[in-house]
Design a protein around this ligand. Structure first.
Ligand SMILES: [Zn+2]
Length: 401
């Protein structure tokens, strides 16, 4: 067999993406019009898996082994039939969950459709060339950490590297982000009449407020990368009754997941101290930790190398972002790159109404097509060059130290 030519395969993939445009846009619009949140995103996952199967991809469903966390599993992994286990494996990350009250305010309607479209295009372009793409259907990114369960279940073990797109206001390739985790403190006290017999009550709302007092004192003594922010989700029902239950939702962010673990323990101590001061009982529930995104320069260059093919210029540099995502956990496991293309955000940032509107415009459909082409071309470069993939993996291992 003669060595396959990268630019030939890329033009084949680009023609496929153009041919899929109508169908892909219809799916992205449909996802936008029917947002689903949390783990319950079956309709959204089905739209994508139907699309993948229709175009010849092999789909495995419910692969995340969610165990106790959810009774429904809307994860999936799609791959090119007959290509399993041979050559380079490239994961293309799909997301499809929305935000409560906001709908698709984080561009996941596009993220899912882009990964699926790129996967189909690579299948058609590759023909018999060894190598595979894995469209990873990653559920509940917005707080659930779906990818973390998929990593633990071994779903990513077939892939050497991973690529993902995200909506933004400019072109970026490989922006670093930070680690994050949430926790819930449930205080149980004892109700009593606030005027007649308050001495017999145990005030759970006081425990909640003292937790915040402790956290506010802690802020001076953490490194400057750390963010701690929270709300009182439940602080009692009536001002004339001693609250016997209070719930605090707190989040921590830091430059590294190792720092998160340290800070989180100190925040727990604030809650423990508050429980001791008030006599309330405390229950602590921890969310999974979203790790910071590792940026592997060699993999970043693969994506940058394809920007010119769609008429884009190399970005000047990548600003640090202070959001967090579970693609960070993927980036700790295998080399990963997230790239961004602009949407008509009108200056807005993700998780806002204006950003949700930007995920449903003509500019969004153009971004969908352009992103799918960049993703497909980058996957083709990686599949055709196993030595480059080995160098990227070595770079990743060195970064992890
Ligand atoms: Zn988001």
């Amino acid at each position: 067999m003669t060595k396959p030519n990268a630019s030939e395969l890329k033009s084949r993939a680009f023609a496929e993406v153009d041919a899929l445009r109508g169908e892909a846009v219809a799916i992205a619009k449909d996802l936008h019009a029917h947002p689903e949140v949390g783990w319950r995103t079956q309709r959204s996952a089905d739209l994508l898996t139907d699309y993948l199967e229709k175009h010849g991809m092999f789909v495995e469903k419910a692969v995340a082994e969610l165990g106790e966390v959810s009774d429904v599993d809307c994860s999936f992994r799609a791959s090119i039939p007959g290509h399993m286990g041979g050559g380079v494996g490239v994961a293309l990350l799909a997301e499809y969950d929305a935000l409560p009250g906001l709908g698709h305010g984080c561009s996941h309607n596009l993220i899912g459709t882009i990964a699926a479209t790129a996967g189909i295009a690579v299948r058609r372009a590759l023909g018999d060339v060894p190598g595979n793409v894995y469209v990873m259907g990653c559920p509940f990114e917005e707080g659930g950490g779906g990818k973390i369960y998929m990593i633990d279940a071994g779903v990513f073990d077939v892939a050497d590297v991973s690529i993902m797109w995200h909506g933004s206001s400019d072109v970026r390739v490989g922006s670093p982000n930070i680690a994050a985790s949430g926790m819930t403190y449930t205080f149980t006290g004892k109700s009593a009449h606030s005027g007649a017999n308050p001495h017999q009550g145990i005030n759970a709302a006081d425990a909640a407020m003292l937790t915040f007092a402790g956290v506010n004192a802690l802020r001076q003594h953490v490194t400057s990368d750390v963010r701690i922010h929270g709300i009182i989700e439940d602080g009692g029902v009536a001002a004339n009754s001693v609250p016997d239950k209070a719930v605090v939702r707190m989040m921590t962010r830091a430059a590294s997941y190792k720092n998160i673990e340290r800070v989180r323990e100190r925040v727990h101590d604030c809650a423990r101290g508050a429980a001791l001061m008030t006599g309330a009982k405390l229950e602590i529930a921890e969310d999974p930790v979203y790790a910071e995104r590792l940026v592997v320069p060699g993999l970043r260059e693969v994506v940058i190398g394809n920007l010119g093919l769609v008429g884009l210029e190399r970005p000047d540099g990548d600003p640090q972002t202070f959001a967090s995502a579970d693609s960070g956990n993927v980036s700790q496991y295998i080399p990963h790159v997230t790239f961004n293309l602009p949407l008509d955000t009108k200056g807005s940032v993700p998780h806002t109404v204006a950003f949700a509107e930007a995920c449903n415009t003509g500019m969004a459909w153009d971004a969908l097509v352009t992103a799918a082409k960049i993703m497909a071309a980058s996957a083709i470069d990686l599949i055709l060059d196993p030595e480059r993939v080995s160098a990227i993996k070595a770079e990743h291992a060195a970064l992890k130290g």
